[in-house]
Design a protein around this ligand. Structure first.
Ligand code: PLP
Length: 220
């Protein structure tokens, strides 16, 4: 089932790219494995997915430990609590949910202590302004990105956002567009991590570089 789902996701990616004249090879597909078993993760790796996302440190740790030796790049896509920072830098190569300078500083401190060179991060922006979502405000984003970029062990890859869950993916378009416009004013080289199973087509049309896909790959 995963093989066919992956095929379908890749076709959707290609179609969305074709709509706007983008090269599908420039897109990063992160397979979101939260709620899936280590066995399913192994299957995903066998299908050629190499970048995987989890939203909880504890759950990721159990899986990554169970998979010992399998090579993958792990992205943390959920909120990171300060007391989990140490474990997070041990497990993840990319933290997509940096939403405050205090968190960035805590990550920097851990990276320095581990004598590790670079942790890749995205600054999470709460574009929709929903109270239930984490992320800095769009107004705070330029300054936060600038401050995080000055930390020697952190490399800012770009901005991440989560659009509101709505039936019609078209209604997420203004959210994606707003993040792209923000990126254009802050740093044209920043990547955009946006788009999930139901709305990644629209996100790609609006400039997503990284999409995070769970249910479209692994089922509901
Ligand atoms: C769960 C999750 C996803 C994947 O969602 P699907 O709708 O299953 O594709 C993407 N991003 C974040 C931040 C998530 O928590």
């Amino acid at each position: 089932m995963l093989t066919e789902n992956l095929q379908r996701v890749r076709e959707r990616m290609q179609r969305a790219c074709a709509h706007v004249g983008r090269d599908p090879a420039s897109l990063l597909l992160v397979g979101v494995t939260k709620g899936r078993t280590a066995e399913q993760v192994r299957e995903a790796l066998a299908c050629g997915l190499t970048e995987l996302g989890e939203n909880r440190v504890q759950e990721a740790q159990e899986k990554i430990t169970a998979l010992s030796g399998a090579s993958a790049r792990w992205h943390l896509i959920g909120h990171l609590q300060r007391n989990k920072v140490k474990r997070a830098v041990e497990l993840f190569q990319v933290i997509q949910s940096v939403d405050s300078f205090a968190l960035a500083e805590a990550l920097e401190k851990q990276m320095d202590a581990r004598a590790q060179d670079i942790l890749e991060v995205f600054v999470q922006v709460n574009v929709s302004g929903e109270a239930t979502k984490f992320g800095c405000t769009p107004d705070e984003a330029p300054m936060l990105a600038q401050h995080v970029a000055a930390l020697p062990h952190l490399r800012v890859r770009g901005f991440m956002t989560i659009a509101p869950l709505v039936d019609d993916p078209e209604s997420a378009r203004p959210i994606f567009r707003r993040l792209r416009e923000l990126r254009d004013t802050v740093n044209g080289a920043f990547q955009l991590s946006m788009g999930m199973s139901h709305d990644f087509d629209v996100a790609i049309e609006e400039g997503a570089d990284c999409i995070r896909v769970g249910t479209a790959l692994f089922g509901a």
